[in-house]
Ligand binder design. Structure first.
Ligand SMILES: Nc1nc2c(ncn2[C@@H]2O[C@H](COP(=O)(O)OP(=O)(O)OP(=O)(O)O)[C@@H](O)[C@H]2O)c(=O)[nH]1
Length: 357
């Protein structure tokens, strides 16, 4: 019965890939896009910073990859998302791009996924052509879930998940994995739990969740959408279904993002000394930083990734990018003055001094 209904629905499925800052969304997306099944996938990447980095980190960049930058789909760029979905459809119809069979939207780490659902259901053009397929939420297995769930965005992403993908399981013990899995069940009992290394298993789920046809366990999401449950943010009491059109700082109090650009190659020793000092000095106030950095003596840009105080192994961007940027670092911080941190970074990098505490 369900499969007949599924066959009847020819609309393009739209899956939302979400998860808190640095959880591993882009890493998972890259792995999924390597699967032949995902060849005909349109990807929409939403980034907070005014200079996007993530789209450079996605390995398969083609005409189907669209960047929505400088805002969060749950705040300022919701209209842009609607236009992007319309444009993709029209460009495929007009044979400007190859037809695509599914869409994956990678949200920012601060996004509440529900406004995406709102957009799909409240725009006649989109509703006829696209169907919401479900939300995959990536959760970093290293994180202290009690602490992270204090952030309303993170709690929301987990609560709305149809599939929870536990990432970085290689960095924690089996016991810790079992503990976090139990905690996640308490936060969302209906979501399917997967491990991020099970790419084939995750791939099989995408496009098949289809909450509207009851084929998926995340009834909660659909109840929220259809008004059978009260769709409010448990922390703020704010409706989850209305688009907010608020700025980043209004929507996510205390959190802000900024970009530091460098117009000369950096000394790697100074750079890593600087990052360590900044992490010690600002601690958990630096939620996330990432960037592309040109080091002295290196031909390719290096990929820098930091998540909640942890610097990840540096990667190399194998291809050249068409950009005016020499090196840039995007920071997402909580209650930090941008000028202070930028001054500290430039001081350590170029003058070897830091403000006293
Ligand atoms: N060891 C390990 N590292 C991982 C895993 N998944 C992601 N990472 C690393 O975690 C860092 C952040 O990963 P991303 O995929 O960029 O995270 P994200 O959720 O896309 O980040 P934002 O878009 O900034 O919120 C990178 O350095 C990844 O290499 C994993 O399963 N194991």
């Amino acid at each position: 019965m369900i499969s007949t209904e599924k066959e009847a629905d020819r609309r393009t499925p739209v899956s939302v890939l979400t998860g808190f800052l640095g959880a591993g969304k882009t890493t998972l997306l890259n792995q999924l896009l390597k699967e032949p099944y995902f060849n005909d996938t349109a990807v929409i990447i939403n980034e907070l910073g005014s200079i996007g980095v993530d789209h450079h980190l996605v390995d398969v960049i083609d005409e189907h990859t669209v960047l929505l930058s400088a805002g969060c789909i749950c705040c300022s760029v919701q209209g842009e998302l609607v236009d992007t979905l319309k444009n993709l459809f029209m460009r495929a119809i007009n044979k400007e791009i190859k037809p695509f069979k599914r869409v994956i939207i990678e949200t920012t780490g601060l996004a509440e996924p529900s406004p995406v659902l709102y957009s799909l259901r409240n725009d006649g053009f989109l509703e006829e052509r696209y169907r919401f397929d479900g939300t995959l939420t990536v959760v970093d297995a290293q994180l202290d879930l009690d602490a992270i769930s204090q952030r309303p965005e993170a709690a929301q992403q987990i609560a709305l998940a149809d599939v929870i993908v536990l990432s970085k399981t290689d960095l924690v013990s089996e016991v810790q994995q079992a503990q976090i899995a139990k905690q996640l069940v308490r936060m969302n009992a209906s979501a399917i739990q997967m491990r991020s290394h099970d790419i084939a298993g995750i791939a099989r789920l995408i496009g098949q969740l289809n909450p509207a046809q009851g084929g998926n366990p995340a009834q909660k999401t659909m109840k929220w959408l259809t008004g059978q449950a009260k769709p409010v943010n448990p922390t703020t009491g704010r409706s989850l279904l209305k688009p907010s059109h608020r700025s980043l700082s209004e929507q996510h109090p205390g959190i802000s993002t900024f970009v530091i650009e460098f117009d000369e190659p950096l000394s790697p020793i100074r750079f890593f000394t600087c990052i360590e000092a900044i992490q010690i000095y600002y601690g958990k106030q630096v939620l996330r930083f990432k960037g592309l950095v040109q080091f002295e003596g290196k031909q390719n840009l290096q990929i820098i990734q930091g998540v909640h105080g942890q610097l990840y192994p540096v990667g190399t961007l194998e291809r050249q990018i068409d950009s005016d940027i020499y090196s840039c670092l995007v920071f997402i911080v909580d209650q930090v003055d941008h000028q202070d941190i930028e001054e500290d970074i430039r001081n350590i990098l170029f003058n070897q001094a830091i403000r006293s505490a």
